[in-house]
Ligand binder design. Structure first.
Ligand SMILES: Nc1ncnc2c1ncn2[C@@H]1O[C@H](COP(=O)(O)OP(=O)(O)O)[C@@H](O)[C@H]1O
Ligand SMILES: [Mg+2]
Length: 144
């Protein structure tokens, strides 16, 4: 597990910088944190750093956005998904395996279907935000 403290948007850009250094095509990053904690901000910062052709937006009204670029990014927001059947209809498995890096906000429904992924938990500690990054491999030994 790796822990980052963020007292400013610029600190969160540093988290995105770190992700840029480790993420590879087809990696999946689950983002857990309350509304306003900075999930979308982190995805936007990441997309800016890797220069996607499409700027990241807030996908709350769409369930998924795809940002094109040399390294494409999928940005899912499952806030409005409540049932397994809705998840099934998305065809998400295909989307995760076509070379993009995928970020998923509100990932509760999908997590049990994934074997290897990163998870970032965001929470407030006083005035600052904490970003905890976990690498999860269920084929192996669990959270690190
Ligand atoms: N340290 C910080 N890290 C991330 N966002 C921050 C920070 N400080 C202030 N913000 C602001 O907080 C808001 C987070 O909103 P957003 O990323 O949409 O949250 P979420 O997607 O988790 O609901 C943004 O308006 C962002 O500018
Ligand atoms: Mg959001």
């Amino acid at each position: 597990m790796k822990k980052f403290f963020s007292a400013s948007e610029q600190d969160t850009v540093q988290v995105a910088e770190y992700l840029k250094g480790i993420l590879k095509p087809n990696d999946v990053v689950l983002l857990e944190g309350d509304l306003g904690s900075g999930k979308t901000f982190l995805v936007k910062a990441f997309c800016q750093l890797i220069n996607t052709e499409d700027p990241a937006s807030s996908p709350s009204f769409a369930i998924v956005h795809h940002y094109r670029g040399a390294q494409p990014v999928n940005h899912f927001d499952f806030y409005r998904l409540h049932y397994e059947s809705e998840l099934d209809q998305l065809g998400w498995e295909e989307m995760l395996n076509q070379g993009a890096i995928s970020f998923i906000e509100w990932p509760q429904l999908i997590e049990k279907h994934l074997r290897r992924y990163y998870k970032i938990k965001i929470y407030f500690e006083g005035e600052r935000r904490v970003f905890e990054l976990f690498k999860i491999d269920k084929t192996n030994q669990g959270e690190k």
